[in-house]
Design a protein around this ligand. Sequence first.
Ligand code: DP6
Length: 334
Amino acid sequence: MKATAVAPANIALIKYWGKRDIPRNLPAVGSISITLRDLLTRTSVEFSPEFKADQLRLDGEAAPESQRARVSRFLDRIRAWANFSHPARVVSRNNFPTGAGLASSASGFAALTLAATAAAGLELPPEKLSELARLGSGSAPRSLYGGFVEMKLGAHPDGRDAVAIPLFPPEHLDISMLIAITTRQQKKIGSTEGMERTARTSPYYRAWIETGPADLAEMRRALAQRDFAKIGELAEYSCLKMHGLAFSARPGLIYWNPATIAVMQAVRELHYSGIPAYFTIDAGPQVKVLTLPKHTPEIEALISALPGVERVISTGLGEGARLIDDQSTTPEEP
Ligand code: DP6
């Protein structure tokens, strides 16, 4: 009763922010993401009647109780479906900094979904895997697939159609992504809490929900046409719209630091000088820069030299989550 999976991080081009049903973790808006080739979580799950309680090791250490409890609740659902109650040992490792706005919950829950269902002997259809991953984290179903992925808003109250679907494979458009790490500190307000506060207090929340479908439709079109300039422009728009919304919560959510803004401004300068470069930012201070492969070295050199940028990770698009041999090793940090 043991299995191991690897899942990639993903970055939303059209952002998810807000839930329409908190217990079911149903998104209030659909989202579109790209799956990253080199930022990976590797997770092993073993169920055994010999274990006394669920254990979670994260990056080589016992995980904090809050995270262990979140994983334990997630495993309860799998145990209920598989009809047993054995505790689990979960060992998970990221090859990138955890909890600083680099989508570790997405890759983490996608890997956990695949490894835990396989270890429990469950063979589930894709929509059930999506549902399970979503219960762990709203962005996690997107990491199940490679390339360009849409997380459907869905219409059904129980969320059965709020699932991820692959839009285009990684080869559809050769995009390169540079991630400027501006701090390795964990953020103070996580996405879940930030979204709840925004929904409760922002006067702009309704407009965010109402304009979501048009943004998704435009992005689907731009992707189908491989129109990189349009894709980049829409990604920046959705990012700034999401952060504008978060600023308007009470108290406002500020995920940026001075280096975040320095990178955004540098990317804008590049763009004005005719170089295809666009930024997007999640609930954290790191800036993800979208560009085309031939411009990557020049942009990497430029943003690496900005004050406050600790390092830059370069990646492209890749495949979705998959089960692997327990013995195989995970690629090193990019
Ligand atoms: C800003 O998926 O982390 O990265 O469903 O509460 O776990 P929960 O939230 P999470 O939110 C991700 C928010 C975002 C935008 C995005 O990835 O779409």
